[in-house]
Design a protein around this ligand. Structure first.
Ligand code: E4P
Length: 217
């Protein structure tokens, strides 16, 4: 399973990259706003800065919601760097735009996916990635992980190449469950990736080993 980090924070991206297990980055307008990035020039520079830190795919989201606007923006974003994947919302014109980009060899990430039907459409249109938002489904008392298994089943039934990019991950159990269910990618906050490291028996065991090591040092 690939690990992406779900942030626009350069320090966090660098920390995850330095860990040696990072395969890519996802951003969205809210994450860009959170780190104070605004204006086309600043946004463009920020995407390039991210691409220079990581070696994998970097999702950059269009703001337009009409076909022509999404195509215009997406082509600009894709031209910025070979690692850029154009992130397109799951709306009617978004599906048309994904189909267009797919025919031009431009990679896409279909975002804001909350149902198996939406994921099926994204795959039919040729999306490179589909992003089911599991945490936001959990937030409304709907089983987000069930959506991952539904999409996995459908994609496997027909051999779709679209990669399932589990998004809106809140904690380490989401990552583990997504891995069990066969998600291709999990995009996670840094805290959830670092939480995978932790186990109290590891900490206690290491403490004991270091104390015992003093006896023969
Ligand atoms: C990733 O591509 C999504 O934009 C992101 O995971 C959304 O997460 P949130 O529900 O924590 O905002």
């Amino acid at each position: 399973m690939k690990f992406f980090i779900d942030t626009a924070d350069l320090a966090q991206i660098k920390e995850a990259q330095d860990l040696g297990v990072l395969d890519g980055v996802t951003t969205n307008p809210s994450l860009m706003a959170k780190v104070g990035i605004s204006g086309e020039a600043a946004v463009t520079k920020h995407y390039i800065d991210i691409c220079n830190i990581v070696t994998g795919d970097v999702s950059a989201e269009v703001i337009a919601t009409d076909f022509d606007g999404m195509v215009r923006e997406g082509e600009k974003l894709a031209a910025l760097h070979k690692q850029i994947v154009v992130k397109i919302p799951m709306i009617k014109d978004g599906i048309k735009a994904i189909k267009y980009f797919s025919s031009k060899g431009i990679r896409t990430n279909c975002t804001l996916v909350f149902s198996a039907g939406q994921a099926l459409l994204a795959a039919k249109a040729g999306a490179t990635y589909v992003s089911p938002f599991i945490g936001r489904l959990d937030d409304i008392s709907t089983d987000g992980l069930n959506l991952i298994s539904e999409i996995r089943l459908i994609y496997d039934n027909y051999g779709f190449n679209t990669q399932i990019l589990a998004a809106s991950i809140r904690h380490q159990m989401h990552i583990i469950d997504c891995a069990k269910l066969g998600a291709d990618v999990a995009t996670c906050p840094l805290s959830a990736i670092l939480a995978l490291l932790k186990h109290p028996l590891t900490d206690n065991g290491l403490k004991q080993f270091l104390e015992d090591a003093k006896k023969f040092a």
